[in-house]
Each structure stands twice: as structure tokens, then as C-alpha cells.
Design a protein around this ligand. Structure first.
Ligand SMILES: Nc1ncnc2c1ncn2[C@@H]1O[C@H](COP(=O)(O)OP(=O)(O)O)[C@@H](O)[C@H]1O
Ligand SMILES: [Mg+2]
Length: 252
């Protein structure tokens, strides 16, 4: 059984709350079922935001997972929608233990290091500082994925590597807005074309579009998603929107 199937097969009523996740701005809880740990985010626990309709963040997280699997990225931990007596509507995502965030760094020198690219140069206390991220293929896929879902909060801490160094992406509640709100630390490929098989996958998704029937987004959001697929196919990786902050705050 693959990892998603295993996660899906857990009895929904058997999830037990283990504790709160203190860093969470949306009241996420750590939960457990048959020795498997998950992160539970409920619709009720969502913190309201000025620019996203209320009670939609959890749905956006679920939609991000479905898109991840539909396009074959396989970067988001298994995620399910839950609605039981104990746990009100929301999502449960497989918890990645001992995760490290090692693909973004701030350094004092713009060294031309292999596998790293500088995306921003700044100053702290009159000292130059450079924001860099790695250029591995899986990180490029994360950047493409974020451009597709219009991720408005790709922080360094949302790119996790597990003990095997596999990359996992978390926290996609502020995605799929109809306006261009791409805000990320992964700006290393602006203007680059989408290569070979990934280009084909995007092309194919316009024909085989089961994602269009999603109940998790509204019609306009689904249309905006389709426009972004087309934009990526023709123009390649987007540049920052000059009317919107391009970097998350904080970066980590
Ligand atoms: N699937 C996961 N695996 C491991 N840690 C996670 C996972 N999801 C969330 N976390 C941890 O919980 C914290 C809060 O989660 P996040 O998705 O940022 O929630 P919020 O919606 O509150 O911003 C993250 O910073 C991370 O430390
Ligand atoms: Mg968060």
C-alpha cells in the first residue's frame, strides 16, 4: 500500500488529539491514529484574513494537495478532509518527523556556490546580506507548484526535508487567490521556461481537467488557476507583482 492509501485507510473516528502546535497561527493540533501522527487544521480554527474569504483556508490546503498529486509533484505530505463528531470539518496532514529546513539561507557574502542562487541582496546594520536558495530539481518543482497555486506565503520553514532528504511542502492555506499574490523566497528562476516532461504535464492538464470539478474553490478561482497553467506554458516562470510584497515576512 502506498503512503497516501495507508493514510486514507485510517479509521476517521480513531484520531486522538496529542497536543497543540505552538507555532501555528491557525490553531493546528498534533493528532495520532494507529501510531501515525498528523497535523489537524480545522475550519473553525482559521484566523480571519483581510484578503481571503473567511473559512476557506483549510479548503485551499486540501486543494493544494489534490493539485500536487494530480500534477505528479508528490511534494505535499498525504492530506485528507475530515468531518467526524470529534473533529469538525478540516484537514489532516501526515506529520513529517525531524524535518529540517535546509534550502534557504542568509549569508554575508555573495559566494558563487554550487547548487545555490542569490535572489535578494539587502543590508542589516550596514552589513550586506544575501538571501539564497538551493537550485535542486525538487526545489524548482516547488517554485513551479507555487506559481501554479499562486502561493502567497512560501517561507523558508515551509520547505522541509525529512531524514532521507526528501523535500516536503507545507502550509498552503493562502493560495489560489484570483489576484496575483505570489509571495515566496523561491525567485531563482524568473523567466525560465518549463522544461520537457513538466511542460507536457501542464499541457495535458488542460485536456484532462478533473480538477475543474473541485468543490474546494469557486468558479473564478478555478478559472484563474487555468489561466496560470497557460501563462506558465507560454511565458515560463513569473516575475514578482510590483504592486504586492514579493517576499514573505518573516522569511523563516
Ligand atoms: N505536515 C507537517 N509535518 C511536520 N511539521 C508540520 C507539518 N505541518 C505543519 N507543521 C509544523 O507546524 C507549524 C505550523 O504549521 P503551518 O502549516 O505553518 O500552520 P498555520 O496554518 O498555522 O500557519 C509549522 O511551522 C511546522 O513546524
Ligand atoms: Mg504557517
Amino acid at each position: 500500500m502506498d503512503s497516501d492509501a495507508e493514510f486514507n485507510s485510517l479509521e476517521p473516528a480513531d484520531w486522538q488529539i496529542v497536543g497543540r502546535i505552538p507555532q501555528s497561527s491557525n490553531n493546528a493540533l498534533l493528532i495520532e491514529n494507529s501510531g501515525i501522527q498528523g497535523v489537524y487544521k480545522s475550519v473553525r480554527g482559521e484566523r480571519p484574513l483581510w484578503d481571503f474569504p473567511s473559512e476557506t483556508l483549510t479548503k485551499r490546503e486540501m486543494q493544494a494537495f489534490l493539485i500536487d498529486r494530480h500534477f505528479g509533484f508528490n511534494l505535499i505530505p498525504s492530506t485528507i478532509w475530515i468531518e467526524t463528531d470529534e473533529l469538525g470539518p478540516g484537514i489532516i496532514q501526515r506529520f513529517i518527523p525531524n524535518a529540517q529546513s535546509s534550502d534557504v539561507r542568509l549569508i554575508g557574502e555573495d559566494v558563487d556556490a554550487q547548487d545555490w542562487i542569490t535572489v535578494v541582496k539587502g543590508e542589516i546594520d550596514e552589513e550586506e546580506i544575501f538571501l539564497q536558495h538551493t537550485t535542486y530539481e525538487d526545489v524548482f518543482h516547488a517554485a513551479v507548484f507555487d506559481a501554479l497555486i499562486n502561493n502567497s506565503d512560501r517561507k523558508a520553514g515551509h520547505l522541509l526535508r525529512d531524514a532521507t532528504k526528501k523535500l516536503w511542502l507545507i502550509d498552503h492555506g493562502v493560495s489560489f487567490h484570483i489576484e496575483d499574490k505570489l509571495r515566496t523566497i523561491l525567485w531563482g528562476w524568473i523567466g525560465d521556461h518549463i522544461p520537457g516532461s513538466l511542460h507536457e504535464t501542464l499541457q495535458e492538464s488542460l485536456k484532462n481537467s478533473e480538477w475543474r470539478n473541485s468543490w474546494l474553490l469557486n468558479e473564478q478561482e478555478l478559472e484563474a488557476f487555468e489561466s496560470r497553467i497557460k501563462m506558465l506554458l507560454v511565458q515560463g516562470m513569473p516575475e514578482p507583482n510590483s504592486n504586492w510584497p514579493s517576499l514573505p515576512s518573516p522569511i523563516y
